[in-house]
Structures are given as C-alpha cells and as structure tokens.
Design a protein around this ligand. Structure first.
Ligand code: ZN
Length: 239
C-alpha cells in the first residue's frame, strides 16, 4: 500500500493547538484520522475531551464530518515510567536548573512522532499534522521546526515512505492560534476552543474563565489566557 497525500494523521491531544490543527487538516485533506497518546500525564483530562471535540468539529460542517476518520489512542506507559517530570509526577511546575520548565518530558515529541509515523504507515497516510510551535514554546527543543522537519526526514528514510510533516502553528503565537481558528471555522470553532479544549497542566476543569477552563496559574494557563487577551484586543480594534 502506498501512502495517500490526501490523507492526514493529526497528533491530537485535546488541547487548543492540536484542535486548531485538526480543523486546519479537515479543511484541506480528504481523509483525516487522529492519534492521541496516553503517557500517564497528570492532565489526563485532555484524553477525555478528545472525542467530544472530534464530534463537535464534525458537527460544524458536513464536509468535515465526511472527512473525519478513525481515532487512535496509543498507550505509552514506558514514557511515564522513565520520565520524572512535573507532568507525570506530583511535582512543582517551575524552571529547572537546565533552563527548561519541569514540564519538559525529554524527547516526548520525538517519541510521539515516531509512533505517529508507524501508525500513518500502517494506515496508508502520507501527511502528519502537529501543533508544535517555536514562538511561545517554553523552550522545548523538540518543538523546534528543525527538530520536527529533520525527524520527518528520518521517518521517511527509515520507513521508505514519503511523509509530509505539517506544523501550521510553528511561527504564530497563541493569539495567532485563536485568530487562525476564527479564520478557519468562525465563531463556532472559537467557541469549541474556549469551551471544550483543555490546556491546563493541573487538569483543572472547574474554574471557567473567558478563555476557557483551567487553574489560571500554570504556564499552560498563562500562555492561553495571555494569548486570548491579545487576540480579543486585536479583534476589537479591527471591528
Ligand atoms: Zn492551569
């Protein structure tokens, strides 16, 4: 079986970035499948919001419903076992001595992409879509464009199959991500982003803000609330 360039596999966590990527893929590819990773993350609530978000996006446009294919969840217990970080253990989220936040799971995206590549191979899918971003990425080296594109080449070589790796959010910030959502799916998609997607590292779904649910204090909440505020200010200005 050869890989179809018309089919995409979206690395879909249930967060706002990967949800925008899913909408981006649905507006471009004939068939779109999703993959999520269960690695013992402390914010496992992410995994629970994935299916409702998929259903809501399918409900936004008949075309998207027709294109949305299977969802896959890959359990990566080994990643949880080998990672001693704030996302998987009950540990303070802060900047560690190496200059990286303690939320950094070493090599996480490399592992995700490799599993996604293997899955895409099996499903005959030629495009991988993911929400990595260099602009406000907290310094994660595995979110850098060079890392992701080089890995894409390695996967293509290692599986003798051409994979196109798309990272539509790479060069925009969180405000830009909200703006892109508005452009792709209008206010209904923006509503899904705010109401249904999850970013908070602490898994807080009890505190509702204008930018969505979260503790409001962790780095993920700070990025999201700051980005939403800048987006809304820019939106007001252009009205
Ligand atoms: Zn939070």
């Amino acid at each position: 079986m050869t890989a179809t360039p018309d089919a995409a596999l979206v690395l879909f966590s249930g967060g706002q970035d990967s949800t925008v990527c899913l909408a981006w893929a649905l507006s471009r590819f004939a068939r779109v499948e999703t993959v999520g990773f269960d690695y013992g993350q402390r914010h496992a609530v992410e995994l629970q919001v994935r299916e409702p978000i998929r259903q809501k996006l399918a409900g936004l446009r008949a075309e998207w419903a027709a294109r949305l294919g299977e969802d896959h969840v890959i359990k990566l217990d080994a990643l949880a076992a080998m990672s001693e970080t704030a996302l998987t253990r009950d540990m303070q989220i802060e900047i560690a001595a190496n200059g990286l936040p303690t939320t950094f799971v070493p090599g996480r995206n490399l592992i995700f992409f490799t599993f996604a590549g293997a899955l895409a191979y099996r499903r005959g899918i030629g495009a991988l879509v993911a929400g990595m971003c260099e602009t406000d990425y907290s310094g994660y080296p595995d979110c850098r464009d060079t890392t992701i594109q080089t890995l894409g080449r390695a996967l293509s070589l290692g599986m003798d199959r051409t994979f196109a790796v798309h990272t539509p959010l790479m060069w925009i910030d969180k405000a830009g991500t909200f703006a892109m959502a508005l452009e792709i799916g209008g206010q209904p998609l923006l509503d899904v982003l705010v109401e249904d997607t999850h970013s908070c590292y602490l898994g807080d779904r009890t505190h509702r803000h204008d930018w969505g649910y979260g503790c409001g204090k962790c780095p993920a909440c700070e990025l999201r609330s700051g980005g939403f505020a800048r987006f809304m200010t820019a939106r007001e200005r252009t009205k």
